[in-house]
Design a protein around this ligand. Sequence first.
Ligand code: NI
Length: 152
Amino acid sequence: MALRNIVKLGDPILYKKSRVVDKFDEKLATLIDDMTETMYNGNGVGLAAVQVGILKRVIVIDVGDGLMELVNPEIIFEEGEQISQEGCLSLPNKWGNTKRPKKVQVKAQDRNGKWQIFTGEDLKAKAFCHEIDHLEGILFTSHLVEGETLHG
Ligand code: NI
């Protein structure tokens, strides 16, 4: 495993759409392992491949109850609403209150291509939404509640 550099705000890649993964090979496994190490090293709860400069639909999340690796993730259900502080490893030390669903269900493939269903509430729901947004080139700053500005 290796640490990778995290792309920061200002890099245009963060606004690009990531491509569907169709090869479940050793290169994908290495990317996932490196992303995991990079996320933990940065004390983040999630990371998308675009944040290490790779436009592939891959995210890793750990909100404190174990690592989740999601390839080609899609939100298939969402419910409710939450307003809470949100940040991003690509916007270091910047925070803002966002509005997100309270609960989401996500389908995704694992590193071998097997489909799984994940359910998340509260922080985990927010993490799913935040990381899947990255795959569309969307940052959490697009979800700030009305009147909110970033603070650090
Ligand atoms: Ni982020």
